[in-house]
Design a protein around this ligand. Structure first.
Ligand code: UD1
Ligand code: CA
Length: 464
């Protein structure tokens, strides 16, 4: 076997120091939410997938916040380079270059505001750059509306230079081929060209884009590659662009799920974070919001009307017009219409939580039902329990500020309008009468009534 050629080393740089003036926000732009995660998150994922030997994030404005978030989001270790003054993208690249020390090889540079670019496109860009032995390869796209982007100026000899919108002539502004802001550089070529960049432009900034003309004049190989989908290079400079990119990412997520066998009846009104997993043959009716770490099984029916965050829904379950947050819904269980499952709500197989029911930090056992108008908090409910309408687990004592537990045994029947004053236990197959206020534990197989509830009788053999 011939020895594999040693591949060139790769470093990645993400520029995230910018002022984000057009965002008009106290929060750094790259930390604004895009389908459930900061704008920066998918970019860091893409960078990690390239497995670079060095990954540098350039920080500046709100450096601490960006650095902290990036370190937490990244699947690989990052080096942070602080840009003291925000003098432009060439200055950002120079700051990153210093952090690369003695690195030799190729450097892929990305802006922190272009989250739709895919690993596949970047890999193809790097491969093309290497096959052409170029000094720089620029990722470009042709846009119907190129406003705001740097324009790609070509001549017979190929790519010549990039001109920024503010510095472009009317003729140049008519060019629809734009700079995606993503480049692969030979590190040595980048380093030498950066020393020659000047601020002779309308914005008095050091433009990284000037490096193209500088390298070309030096006789270096300067090339461009078109992104397969122009949307991949859309940058987010203002909130209108954020909304546009959000819609595109949502479409991408929905398309991926539909290709995997999920029915989405109206994708335009279905908002699924890319982090959510949904099994095949699940039907999602709009409007639906599926967020965070939510995992939905096979053959479920979700919506119409659902906001499900960080929850797990097992196969065959149904959720209609309900809000779920950090909840678990077992196989074939049903939720809603109009239920609220708060953190720690755990519904076992075949359980039912119906209309106007709120559940918090409680287990509802297999086959048990809480069909109407109830509050269940800090409770453990066994199997095949029926909880009548308007039942409340009175779990909070305002004097002691203690939240206490309610435990209900298998097969118990809680009559309508029962107040369960916790801590309290209702034994197996016990029954509470309508309107009882249960202040003491109820022994198994007994029937209690009244306020405070007292024993009426033992349950008889053959009692339903
Ligand atoms: C830049 C390009 C433009 C390209 C577009 C693609 C330049 C001069 N222009 O314009 O040709 O079409 O991206 O989206 O490069 N940043 C820093 N430090 C700075 C300045 C910027 O880290 O001093 C970061 C920003 O946080 C941002 C990225 O660099 O993530 C790009 O800066 P931005 O101001 O958004 O450049 P554009 O005007 O979009
Ligand atoms: Ca930008």
């Amino acid at each position: 076997m011939p020895k594999a050629k040693p591949s060139r080393a790769l470093a990645a740089v993400v520029m995230a120091a910018g002022e984000s003036k057009r965002f008009k926000s106290k929060t750094p732009k790259v930390l604004h939410d895009l389908c459930g995660r900061p704008i920066l998150a998918p970019i860091l994922d893409t960078v990690a997938a390239l497995k670079p030997t060095h990954s540098v994030v350039v920080v500046g404005r709100n450096a601490d916040a960006v650095q902290q978030a990036a370190a937490q989001l990244s699947k690989q270790p990052l080096t942070f380079a602080k840009q003291e003054k925000l003098l432009g993208t060439a200055d950002a690249a120079r700051t990153a270059d210093e952090a690369l020390a003695t690195f030799q090889g190729d450097v892929v540079i990305l802006p922190g505001d272009t989250p739709l670019v895919t690993t596949k496109t970047l890999k193809a860009l790097i491969a093309y750059h290497r096959s052409q032995k170029a000094a720089v390869t620029v990722l470009t796209a042709t846009l119907d509306n190129p406003t705001g982007y740097g324009r790609i100026v070509r001549s017979k000899s190929g790519l010549d230079r990039i001109v920024e919108q503010t510095d472009a002539t009317t003729t140049e502004r008519a060019i629809q081929e734009i700079n995606g802001g993503i480049y692969v550089f030979d590190r040595a070529a980048l380093r030498s060209a950066l020393t020659k960049v000047e601020r002779a432009n309308k914005q008095k900034e050091f433009y990284l884009t000037d490096v193209i003309a500088i390298l070309k004049e030096k006789g270096e190989k300067v090339i461009a590659k078109t992104a397969p989908d122009p949307n991949e290079v859309l940058g987010i400079n203002d909130r209108a662009q954020l909304a546009h990119v959000t819609a595109l990412l949502r479409q991408r997520t929905n398309a991926t799920l539909m290709a995997k066998g999920v029915t989405i009846t109206d994708p335009t009104q279905t908002y699924i974070d890319p982090t959510v997993k949904v099994g095949p043959d699940t039907v999602i009716h709009a409007p639906a919001y599926l967020e965070g770490t939510t995992v939905i099984g096979e053959g479920c029916e979700i919506g119409p009307g659902a906001r499900i965050t960080d929850s797990r829904i097992d196969d065959g379950a149904r959720v209609i017009f309900s809000v779920l947050d950090d909840a678990k819904v077992g196989q074939n269980a049903t939720v809603g219409p109009y239920a609220y499952l708060r953190p720690g709500a755990r519904l076992a197989k075949n359980a039912k939580v119906g209309s106007f029911v709120e559940v918090k930090a409680s287990e509802i056992g297999e086959g048990s039902k809480v069909p109407h108008l109830s509050y269940i908090g800090d409770a453990v409910i066994g199997r095949d329990v029926n909880v009548g309408a308007a039942t409340v687990t009175v779990n909070y004592d305002p004097e002691t500020k203690i939240k206490a537990k309610t435990v209900i045994g298998d097969g118990a029947k809680i009559g309508s309008d029962t107040m369960l004053i916790a801590p309290v236990k209702v034994g197996k197959r016990a029954v509470t009468g309508a309107g009882s206020v249960v202040t003491k534990d109820v022994p198994a197989e007994t029937v209690v009534v009244g306020n405070p509830a007292r024993q009426l009788r033992k349950r008889k053999k053959g009692d339903e």
